[in-house]
Design a protein around this ligand. Structure first.
Ligand code: NQM
Length: 363
């Protein structure tokens, strides 16, 4: 039987890699669509029969289409294919894959590039929030080469400025979804926060860790992973996320004092494997926890002065810089805008073949 043919592009977005599809090239029926996405990325822990790499950071999909609202240029639905479980989770967002949405929209002809630079407002369908991307587009064409560097990616690229607008409560409904700046589960104190990504912030020291451990060391620590998962399963429903057993959120972020001149040091589980760096929106949420009095991170940091705070979040492979535009006229500060720098690169484009044995309808 002939395989199903689906047009696609593959891009590196920030420190992730994913398959990008036009919404109109996929079936409307969600179950059929998800089946195709899992086949495209690959099943099992190694994803050997698909384009994913058996790692959460390369097991990602972007579905992009014309904007469904007037204040945006394009719609972007993010899908995490849960490695080894063959599940599609559309509850989280991904700030890395988002960085590739602007270039994809230009390459796919969804938007016209302007000379020099192009601003693309992305409607993040997962959260209903907006992000403004600023792309380098000399002569109206997407430029990938440039001098910008991001930790976790070799080489340099053209800068993509990503400005997240008012992303508090993106998935949980509020910045502090449990209604408190600190909670306790299994005898451990934590701060549950959603400023673009639901994250549970915990002190590494409360687990007997320095916070300097490598991802490999932490991934090998079965006792730690069990403790984190127990907390995650209990706190998830209290964060308005329901049963999180099959979900990639909340992420679990262990924090400790910065060691290389940044604001804070992080080790983030996404949610079962320790990230080799840190997710974009995960870092924005963790950085926001740092400036909230009473959070588990607040006492570990020196909060920078001023309305626009330049924050460096340290992670296992470097640091991640965030510019937080803060309105602290109320008891809980509101983040008007979070700015980050990313790069992206078009890796391939063409037709992706997926098995047709399930007799799926044509997209
Ligand atoms: O937090 C990893 C990544 C991410 C997600 C993860 C991300 C974000 O590094 O916005 O970018 O948390 O699963 O791509």
């Amino acid at each position: 039987m002939k395989q199903l043919e689906v047009p696609f592009m593959q891009l590196r977005g920030g420190s992730s890699k994913g398959l990008y599809f036009l919404r109109s090239d996929l079936p409307l029926d969600e179950a059929t669509r998800n089946d195709i996405l899992v086949d495209a990325v690959g099943r099992g822990a190694r994803q050997i029969d698909g384009l994913g790499g058996g790692d959460p950071l390369t097991s990602k999909v972007a579905i992009v289409g014309p904007a469904s609202r007037d204040d945006a240029d394009v719609d972007f639905l993010f899908a995490q294919i849960v490695v080894g479980e063959d599940l599609v989770d559309t509850t989280p967002n991904c700030g890395n894959i988002l960085a590739g949405v602007g270039p994809y929209a230009i390459e796919a002809g969804l938007i016209q590039g302007s000379d020099e630079s192009t601003r693309v407002t992305v409607h993040m369908v997962n959260s209903g929030k907006l992000c403004e991307l600023q792309l380098c587009t000399p002569g109206g064409a997407m430029e990938y080469e440039g001098d910008a560097t991001i930790d976790g990616v070799p080489g340099t690229g053209a800068p993509i400025i990503c400005n997240y607008l008012d992303v508090a409560g993106s998935i949980c409904g509020s910045l502090l979804p449990t209604g408190s700046v600190s909670d306790e589960v299994d005898g451990v104190t934590m701060t549950c926060i959603d400023n673009g990504m639901p994250v549970v912030v915990l002190r590494a020291a409360d687990f007997g860790l320095s916070g300097r451990e490598s991802p490999e060391q932490l991934n090998a620590d079965e006792v730690l992973k069990k403790r984190l998962e127990s907390i995650r399963l209990q706190i998830g429903p209290k964060m308005n996320l329901g049963d999180v057993a099959d979900k990639a959120i909340p992420k679990m972020c262990l924090v400790s004092p910065a060691e290389r001149g940044g604001l804070i040091s992080t080790r983030t589980f996404i949610p079962h494997k320790c990230h080799s760096a840190v997710g974009v929106l995960g870092a924005v949420s963790a950085a926001t926890a740092c400036i909230l009095p009473g959070s588990v991170a607040f006492d570990l940091v020196d909060v920078p002065a001023g309305d626009v705070k330049q924050i460096s979040v340290e992670h296992p492979s470097g640091e991640f810089s965030i510019s937080l535009d803060v309105d602290d006229s109320s008891a809980i500060p509101r983040i008007r805008k979070a700015g980050v720098l990313r790069t992206a690169r078009l890796l391939s484009r063409g037709v992706l073949y997926v098995p047709n044995s399930k007799k799926r309808g044509k997209p």
